[in-house]
Design a protein around this ligand. Structure first.
Ligand code: SER
Length: 339
């Protein structure tokens, strides 16, 4: 008998940590974790099985199909926006071909199980691309169908993979001899910048938010790479996990979209610095904008319209900026670095 598991790719990453620790304590969930790096020791107790390997390795994915009954895939593995700009073609391979391999795996599993496999996909504010700062400031809360002209390789990859998800969910092999009776249940979220108290992101462009805080808590000076007035939507890890799990649980007939915006609070870099300094008065934060990374931030929406998520699956974040800092970030980060 194959074991019924939830596959989490990129298990070691920022969202992976949050999701493994959240789902891993549930009696009814067995996690099959996949990551290119060795699994962090602290995640081992939460995972039923860990496989170290590359999402581009089709043989490896084939072995997983043969060995496990995969009911849900959280496909988190990805190369983030800043890192992707240093090697765009390599990022495309991981972000697009890797996702295609996972979609293919989902289809194989669905056909074999005779029922759709749930495919939960984190997309991003990077899927948007506003032409300039003036337009960004005028645009307000951006809706799902607006400004879909990304300026980064990562944003292009995310947007295209949303399209692939729709294709595999609704149109896969539409002219094939038997068609594809069973498709996949694709559900995507466009996340804002994310902040965790327990991990720092690697290679993103919204990283100045979490970096400011984690540096301050360790007493390390930080030079923020965007202007103080730069504004982005952000969300803390507990709300990120809530969004993933709530979207997973929503009845499919309620979902009019395949991809939903979600957000918690919009905040400027200056406001983050102020809140960090209130918590860590010794913090040394300066602003040394890198105009190239600044341009990327200026092309991302300052706020997201998440009404569709609210209407279709009752999305509502638990943390505004104040509560995020006071009840989640500051206590957990302080404890973490005191150890
Ligand atoms: N946080 C991501 C990045 O900065 C955006 O999804 O690349």
């Amino acid at each position: 008998m194959r074991k019924e598991v939830v596959l989490i790719t990129g298990a070691n990453g920022e969202i992976g940590h949050g999701l493994c620790t959240h789902l891993g304590i549930r009696e009814d969930v067995l996690i099959l974790a996949l990551d290119i790096e060795e699994l962090d020791e602290e995640l081992i107790p939460y995972c039923h099985r860990f496989v170290q390997g590359d999402i581009l390795d089709k043989m490896l994915l084939g072995r997983l199909v043969a060995e496990f009954e995969i009911r849900t895939i959280y496909h988190l593995a990805s190369i983030l926006s800043t890192r992707a700009e240093y090697n765009p073609e390599a990022a495309h391979r991981v972000n697009v071909e890797g996702t295609l391999n996972l979609l293919r795996l989902a289809i194989e599993q669905a056909e074999w199980q005779g029922r759709p496999v749930k495919f939960i996909y984190p997309s991003s504010i990077a899927a948007y691309g506003l032409p300039d700062l003036e337009t960004k400031n005028r645009a307000g809360k951006v809706k799902e169908h607006e400004w879909l002209t990304p300026k980064t390789m990562y944003g292009c990859n995310k947007l295209y993979c949303e399209h692939l998800g729709r294709y595999y969910a609704r149109h896969y092999r539409q002219l094939g001899a038997e068609g594809a009776a069973i498709k996949i249940d694709f559900r995507g979220l466009r996340f804002p910048g994310l902040i965790s108290a327990f991990t720092t992101p690697a290679g993103g462009t919204s990283d100045y938010g979490p970096e400011m805080l984690h540096h301050a808590a360790q007493n390390i000076p930080y030079a923020c790479f965007v202007r103080p007035d730069s504004i982005l939507p952000f969300m803390v890890m507990p709300d990120t996990i809530k969004a993933l799990v709530d979207l997973w649980a929503a009845p499919q007939e309620n979902l009019d979209n395949l991809v939903y915006n979600v957000t918690s609070f919009s905040i400027t870099a200056q406001q983050i610095a102020q809140m960090v300094k209130e918590a860590f008065p010794e913090a040394e934060i300066s602003f040394e904008p890198d105009m190239r990374r600044q341009k990327i931030v200026d092309s991302w929406p300052g706020d997201l319209n998440d009404d569709a998520a609210k209407e279709d699956w009752d999305w509502s974040p638990d943390y505004d900026a104040m509560r995020a800092f006071e009840a989640y970030l500051v206590p957990n980060i302080s404890e973490r670095y005191q150890k």
